[in-house]
Design a protein around this ligand. Structure first.
Ligand code: FE2
Length: 186
């Protein structure tokens, strides 16, 4: 086929497709994070149960309560869009939580377990911070000021959790080093 004819066919194929806009991207990403939050709600109790440090366990439990509130905020945004609150499988969060599950399995009962749990939890937080930051920017662009406020509130909770986990990391790693020394000496 001549180049010009090929180009014409490609153009007509493109024009036949419905135009997807920023609002569609916003809705798709909302479904993605909705799935992610539900996955996190299932994972956090397992992480709290596995944690050796009481402080780490209570940080996970606190974030579980926050996450339940974050889902309610997402429910509100779906209502604003006039769409059903529904998630779609998000491969990124499945991969991150699978890695966390692997750490829980491989380091069960070992001093390094908490350091591993922290790293998995921070990977989750960083993913969420990225998604909520993007969603907030898009909501602003779309003129959805109520959604901006809800997304901002969640973003601040995720950032605060990330900071709390960073603080905990130092004490957890120190404790882990001490326990490993004791095990070596025994
Ligand atoms: Fe969250």
């Amino acid at each position: 086929m001549a180049k010009r004819a090929q180009k014409k066919q490609a153009t007509s194929r493109r024009t036949r497709q419905p135009q997807k806009k920023l609002s569609d991207l916003f809705h798709e990403t909302l479904k993605d994070i909705y799935f992610a939050e539900h996955k996190i709600i299932k994972t956090l109790p397992k992480m709290a149960k596995a944690a050796r440090s009481r402080e780490l366990a209570s940080a996970f439990t606190k974030h579980l309560r926050e996450t339940q509130g974050q889902v309610k905020r997402l429910d509100k945004i779906f209502r604003m869009l006039g769409k059903p609150a529904r998630g779609k499988p998000c491969e990124a969060i499945i991969g991150i939580t699978d890695e966390g599950a692997e750490i829980m399995r491989d380091f069960k009962g070992m001093p390094a377990l908490d350091a591993g749990l922290l790293s998995a939890a921070q990977a989750v937080e960083h993913y969420e911070i990225s998604r909520y930051g993007t969603l907030r920017t898009w909501a602003k662009e779309l003129g959805m000021s109520d959604a901006v406020q809800l997304l901002q509130a969640t973003l601040e909770e995720e950032e605060a959790t990330d900071h709390a986990l960073t603080e905990l990391a130092t004490s957890v790693i120190n404790l882990e080093a001490e326990q490993e020394k004791m095990l070596e000496a025994a």
